[in-house]
Design a protein around this ligand. Sequence first.
Ligand code: ZN
Length: 443
Amino acid sequence: MYRNYKRIFYIGSFFILSLILGFSNLFSLPKEAIPKATNKITVEKIKTSLSINLPKQSNKPTKSLGLVEKSNDQAFFKEIKIKYGQGLMDALLDSGAYRVDAFNAVNSLKDHFDARKIQVGQKINLYYSSDGSIDRLEMQKDFDNLIIVQGKQKNYSSVNISLPSQVITRHVFGQIDDSLFLAAQRNGLPQIIIANLISIFSYDVDFQREIRKGDQFEIVYERKLSKDGRSVQEGNILFAKLTLSGKEISLFRHTPTESGIVGYFHEDGQSSKRALMKTPIEGARLSSYYGNRKHPVLGYNRMHKGIDFSAPTGTPIMAAGDGVVERASWYGSFGNYVRIRHNGTYKTIYAHMSKYGPGIKKGVRVQQGQIIGYVGATGRVTGRHLHYEVYMNGTQVNPLTLKIPSGIKLNGEEFQRFRAVIENKNQIIMQIKSNILLTRALN
Ligand SMILES: [Zn+2]
């Protein structure tokens, strides 16, 4: 009982104290809104302390990060999370910060972070002094950067610290029993890498029709690890191979010197990118072919001059190639409709969409793979699907049998550089494989 009274007394006096301090703060706003940086931090110090204690995912920090010298007066700690519709300033005020502190702390972030771009769910660690002022604020901006705001007598300054990480190379291979997605998942490939894998092969492979039981995949990709090993960020695919019905398709990541644009290339130097993708949608089922058929709504035989993909409403639809949007508006029985002109020869059209992709309107330039709309059931339809047509020199052609012209091909010196890249990747794979064999032998 006595302990409860004591607690109430303490809490009560803290509130009164903070009220008084709060008001006094309001009346003594500093003339200089943006304080000059006062902290001196040596890189050496940052590095050494980083390797000892790094980021705490727990909600109770055992120690402060220790990245920047901290004052001895840190009485309270709070971990806050940005809520929907909340700005950084609001979040700080909600957590009990004085307005002047919150204002100055947010202001001092400017050099390293645009506070208006703060995301819902962003975590922030707040350390308060016993007088209730913000002593220190820590925010991990992204995988590689931690921002620390340190306060001293109402002057705040911020530093951005690059978090050390290491890149490891992973090699994963497996057999496909059902779909590439499931096989890759079973073998421990993260979703983002699977999506990238499908995307880089989408010019060569029709994933709905060309995958057979017994096909194989192999991939080498990078993974970034924070120094303490607690957080992970998946990186680039360096190499990937699909063996489909006994036929191998290999792709290597390479950046041609001239263009500087990274891409994936076949062993012979041929870019994996085509003028048009084989299918402008992922994870859809081909539900209607090109040719004569009984029209599902009108009921009589009619030429179907495109192909239909059945997919859930809202599934993203991609531009099949680079080009300019010629039309993005309602078009009679086609419903919401987009037409893209790719070059002098090819146009593609996309119909029945539920809505258009961000920024898609007439005259806009789009890139291959960019989202131009979403699957829907607008216009004259029996159910949600994408109706897709390819025009060649003004008439519709069958997208499935179309011989699509290829993209760039590496030659001369660039091809020699690319061969070196292949050699290097092969060595990496050999090394990883021998390590696996070694560990197996040891076990
Ligand atoms: Zn159709």
